[in-house]
Ligand binder design. Structure first.
Ligand SMILES: [Cu+2]
Length: 179
């Protein structure tokens, strides 16, 4: 079952994402779908995934992500990607931190799209307290250069659901820091 979540920070009830309403500083210009996080045992950082769709003809940039709950100030969230590097003739996937992620403009083919998915771009979630890891969802604030801030609910899923989803992809769904 595929459960899409459309989370808009402001007036998420307005389904009509028409261009008449579109404005470069309006969070309704962006749609976040299928947002979820996975936490691991112990100190291993968690990972966050989502699909961002840009509904307007302008691109935008995701600049940062933070936890909505300000009380957990030790929590840190980074934007990451996987890159391939040749080491001794072998392709080795490495994680790199990104300063920003571009969300391309919508085109004739539909909304601009950037996917945070296992094996590719992801949110890296550091130092989350146990109480949050064991809850059902967390709310993260996404800050975009043009659209501003959006509050997005991320469902908390178990690592096993992630592994099952990626069985046919033959890439590592887990996200452990090697360095
Ligand atoms: Cu990472």
């Amino acid at each position: 079952m595929k459960l899409f979540k459309f989370c808009c920070a402001v007036a998420g009830l307005f389904v009509s994402l028409t261009y008449a309403w579109a404005d470069s500083v309006n969070p309704q210009t962006l749609r976040i779908e299928d947002a979820f996080v996975v936490f691991y045992q112990g100190e291993t950082p968690g990972a966050g995934y989502m699909i961002i769709r840009q509904m307007t003809n302008e691109d935008d940039q995701l600049l940062s992500v933070r936890l909505a709950d300000q009380q957990n100030s030790c929590v840190r969230i980074e934007l990451h990607d996987h890159v391939s590097e040749k080491i001794d003739g072998h392709d080795v996937k490495k994680m790199v931190a990104l300063a920003a992620v571009t969300v391309p403009a919508a085109s004739g083919n539909g909304p601009g799209l950037v996917a945070f998915a296992p094996g590719g771009k992801h949110l890296m979630l550091y130092d989350f307290p146990k109480s949050l890891k064991e809850s059902k969802k967390i709310t993260l604030i996404l800050t975009f250069k043009k659209a501003g801030e959006m509050a997005v609910d991320f469902e908390i899923r178990t690592p096993s659901t992630l592994a099952a989803k990626n069985d046919n992809k033959n890439n590592c769904g887990c996200c452990h820091h090697k360095d």
